[in-house]
Design a protein around this ligand. Structure first.
Ligand code: ATP
Length: 234
């Protein structure tokens, strides 16, 4: 589903340039549950941004869902992003003036889904993340873990092919982090959604099916565990 060939990313301005990603070759199949680990500054977010079509590589080829996205216009990329990719960021980026339910509906509205179907899907998704009772609360009335779950509900409600999450557990206590991981493992298992995370968090790394280690912009190890991603009893 994802195929990167000789992907390079160079950040440059008038004064200097920095070679951030170096000849990355990587394929990820549909339904994989993968974590990109590595020290701060190794290029994890940059690689996620390229894979999530939020940024473009300086050189190399990227096939996403059999389409060559390396040569597409920004508008065409935005369409693919909206229809096929869900995002969960560290700062949850919820709209403060919208309720949990309305935040969950938001992406589907961009996708042009019928209002009734949108509402029904949003309710089902909020229920699956355990927030049905809190659907009418605004983000400021929710805890960090609950906001994070709304962000996940929003990312998955449109049933994307891929969910990209940058350090999804960074601001969560242990219980909320385990809950969130259980939820993602379940969605991966039940709906076959492909998950790709960046994380330093051992709790996340231990649950993944595949762990890529990035160092100085290069993949230095690619470990596939002979297991399904794990659900942990709480
Ligand atoms: N827009 C930019 N312009 C210049 N340099 C950048 C830019 N974005 C990232 N970098 C540099 O690229 C390198 C990799 O950054 P990136 O954010 O991908 O690392 P990371 O592995 O995600 O780090 P962290 O774990 O701290 O979030 C860093 O040295 C960073 O300073």
């Amino acid at each position: 589903m994802i195929s990167l060939t000789k992907i390079n990313k160079i950040f440059s301005d008038k004064h200097q340039s920095f070679h951030c990603l170096k000849d990355i070759d990587l394929t990820i199949d549909k339904g994989e549950f993968t974590v990109i680990a590595g020290p701060s500054g190794s290029g994890k977010s940059t690689l996620l941004n390229i894979i999530g079509l939020l940024d473009k590589a300086t050189s190399g080829t990227y096939l996403f869902d059999d389409l060559d996205v390396s040569t597409m216009t920004n508008n065409a990329l935005a369409d693919i992003r909206r229809e096929k990719i869900g995002f969960v960021f560290q700062a949850y980026n919820l709209m403060p003036v919208l309720t949990a339910l309305e935040n969950t509906e938001m992406i589907m509205e961009f996708c042009g889904l019928d209002k009734k179907l949108r509402r029904q899907r949003a309710m089902e998704t909020l229920t699956s993340v355990g927030l049905a009772d809190l659907k009418d609360r605004f983000p400021a009335q929710l805890s960090g873990g609950q906001q994070q779950r709304v962000a996940v509900a929003r990312a998955i409600a449109a049933q994307p092919l891929l969910v990209v999450a940058d350090e999804p557990t960074a601001n969560l206590d242990s219980h909320s982090a385990e809950n969130l991981l259980n939820l993602m493992v379940k969605l991966n298992h039940d709906l076959g959604i492909t998950f790709l995370f960046s994380s330093h968090d051992q709790r996340v790394i231990q649950r993944a099916q595949r762990v890529l280690q990035l160092q100085d912009g290069q993949i230095v190890s690619d470990e596939r565990k002979d297991q399904q991603p794990k659900l942990v009893a709480l």
